[in-house]
Ligand binder design. Structure first.
Ligand code: GDP
Length: 314
């Protein structure tokens, strides 16, 4: 293994960012590349919004709102208040004033033909983030949600406006217009000593990444170990709609279902101590405390996962 371990992580938003912080605080520190879901990106009030990238950026920069897990800590909402009170705009998507600064910069960059990959790297550098943060691709690949009550909804209409209450019948991952893998994502995966799938929502955060043309095939061909961590603990999600969606799609709400979903891609699966034991032929499994309630437990999960994988070769 290389002197400084290279780890590439497929990752969504708030749940994934907890593991990201654990990895970023490891000693000795590995070289980290986060390949982030952009299936929930959209344009709103003329602004390019990238919720998962921003959650990761703010988390790793140490400026994230600790209560929400997204947005900027101690942010104000003067712009949003003004839009609502003076101009009668429906401000269903929350954007704080400091958060808007990043959105203005990004939108300006996009209009100037700067790629999302280049812009995100520039922001990460400016905020002093050591890790590399990459969007899963530069093309727009919006996820849409087919619901029983409202038919097809755009992602944020379902997730934020409707508070993920409609019943999901199908999830559609865009791939038609995509340019495919960026050179940066290809290199990060090809050079990685270890690929991890964060305990993010498999259907809303990881599946859109796997839908990027060429990415699944590249992952399957990589010689490096590939490990996923369960987002399901004790028959439920820690937060968000993962378990609700599984029930609506007639899937058993279990870590085994998640491991099966990543079948063919991963070599190892980190389950939670609280979950019933299961085994899948050809898949290494271990059970750890995956509930990341504070920084110490985030670091411990990152360290224990890496130690487990290191043991494979001995
Ligand atoms: P989102 O894009 O903001 O919804 O966040 P993610 O997709 O990255 O993460 C959502 C998932 O993270 C949910 O399925 C949660 O169950 C999972 N999650 C959140 N916190 C934890 C935790 O402490 N441990 C584990 N194992 N999973 C977690």
């Amino acid at each position: 293994m290389a002197l400084r371990q290279k780890i590439a992580v497929l990752i969504g938003g708030v749940g994934g960012a907890k593991l990201a912080l654990g990895l970023a605080n490891l000693q000795p520190n590995p070289h980290l590349t986060f390949i982030v879901n952009t299936g929930d990106d959209f344009w709103h009030l003329g602004l390019k919004i990238c919720p998962d990238i921003d959650t990761l950026v703010y988390t790793l920069a140490g400026t994230v709102d600790p209560q929400l897990g997204w947005g900027v800590a101690d942010d104000t909402t003067h712009v949003l208040d003004s839009l609502r009170q003076r101009y009668a705009i429906d401000t269903w998507f929350k954007l704080g004033d400091q958060d808007l600064a990043l959105h203005l910069l990004r939108t300006n960059a996009m209009r100037g033909q700067v790629s999302l990959t280049d812009f995100t790297s520039m922001i990460a550098r400016r905020l002093g983030i050591a890790a590399t943060i990459l969007p899963m691709c530069d093309a727009e690949m919006p996820t849409s949600i087919h619901t029983r009550e409202h038919g097809e909804l755009s992602f944020q209409d379902y997730f934020v406006r409707q508070r993920w209450q409609p019943v999901v019948e199908k999830i559609a991952y865009d791939s038609g217009q995509a340019a495919g893998l960026s050179a940066q994502v290809r290199e990060a995966l090809t050079c990685a000593d270890l690929v991890m799938i964060a305990p993010s929502n498999p259907w809303l955060s990881i599946a859109p990444i796997l839908a990027v043309p060429g990415l699944r095939e590249l992952l399957m061909a990589l010689p490096a170990p590939k490990v996923a961590i369960t987002p399901v603990i004790g028959g439920d999600a820690v937060k968000g709609p993962t378990a609700k969606i599984m029930r609506e799609l007639d899937l058993e709400v279990s870590a085994r279902t998640v491991a099966g979903y990543y079948g063919g891609i991963i070599d190892g699966f980190v389950d939670d101590l609280r979950n019933p034991h299961f085994s899948v032929a050809g898949l290494r499994t271990t059970r750890l405390d995956t509930l990341m309630t504070d920084l110490e437990r985030k670091v411990a999960l990152a360290r224990d996962t890496l130690d487990w994988v290191r043991g494979w070769s001995s």
